[in-house]
Design a binder for this molecule. Structure first.
Ligand SMILES: Nc1ncnc2c1ncn2[C@@H]1O[C@H](COP(=O)(O)OP(=O)(O)OP(=O)(O)O)[C@@H](O)[C@H]1O
Ligand SMILES: [Mg+2]
Length: 264
């Protein structure tokens, strides 16, 4: 199982779009995926789900069973949605004696998926700290502009200090340059600066694409909405790049062996 947080404290850089497109791409590569929305904005439900009842809040804080809180979004593709009630969670977490691991413990009991992908809110709050302590990998979407580069430096430094303070080993597995427009000089310069600073982690860029922007209106992934678009091509390529790391990052699930029956 791979546990991936899609994170950047900067807003509007393509986290949710990347989370949905990667999850959908992996599921189309026969990987069983659970996409969790940990952002009270609830954009995943708005973007791909027709009707939801229970989601992440009920699973984490109201004792609901996982089966009641998961909505199917396609073959191999389940989603745990969120909504504004998740803001109550921050308060609940602060009351707990050991806040950073409350969510981790609940999420640890989810089994049976090849990938768990968490779409994080644009913040540095306790929900994101929990998400990062649960995850083994961070994928960071970064807008290809000077502010994007600055945010990337900040999020890398935050991940380093979380690893140090909590004895954790969260790896930045991919940095995804988003909103890329090759006609724009600042996009080209920012991409090149990112490649120079983080060359082993940088994926191929995700180009600006009107179909990518439209897809949520129809509650479809980019592949279902416009498989021939630039957005579908770029996110398919990203999916392949993530799949290539599987041997390195996948954790083996514990197999409980039954005692052998010995014949008398
Ligand atoms: N490649 C793209 N081309 C065009 N529009 C895009 C692209 N990627 C994302 N968008 C649009 O940009 C906006 C912000 O994207 P998204 O919601 O994925 O960002 P986010 O980082 O999750 O935002 P937030 O920080 O608020 O959670 C959305 O309207 C989305 O449709
Ligand atoms: Mg988002």
């Amino acid at each position: 199982m791979r546990k991936i947080a899609i994170i950047n404290q900067k807003g509007g850089v393509g986290k949710t779009t990347t989370a949905i497109s990667l999850a959908a791409g992996l599921s189309r590569n026969n990987k069983k995926v659970l996409l969790i929305d940990l952002d009270p904005q609830g954009n995943i439900a708005t973007s791909i789900i027709q009707n939801t009842q229970m989601g992440i809040y009920e699973y984490l804080f109201e004792g609901a069973q996982i089966e009641q809180c998961v909505t199917n979004a396609g073959k191999n593709f389940d989603v745990m949605t969120s909504n504004e009630t998740l803001t109550k969670a921050e308060h609940a977490l602060f009351q707990d004696k050991n806040p950073p691991t409350v969510i981790k413990k609940k999420l640890d009991s989810i089994k049976g998926y090849d990938y768990i992908i968490i779409d994080c809110a644009p913040s540095l709050g306790i929900l994101n700290l929990n998400a990062l302590l649960y995850s083994k990998e961070a994928i960071i979407p970064v807008s290809t502009d000077p502010l994007g580069l600055d945010a990337l430096k900040k999020v890398s430094s935050i991940i380093s200090s979380i690893n140090e303070n909590y004895f954790h080993d969260l790896a930045i597995s991919k940095i995804v340059p988003t909103m890329y427009d090759k006609r724009n000089k600042i996009c080209k310069e920012s991409l090149s600066a990112m490649q120079n600073a983080y060359y082993t982690k940088i994926t191929s860029p995700i180009r600006v694409c009107s179909k990518t922007k439209e897809a949520p209106k129809y509650k479809k992934s980019i592949y279902a909405y416009s498989n021939s678009s630039r957005g579908a091509a770029d996110y398919w390529q990203l999916t392949q790049q993530v799949l290539q790391d599987e041997a390195h990052y996948a954790e083996q699930e514990e197999v409980v062996l039954k005692s052998p029956v010995i014949a008398e």
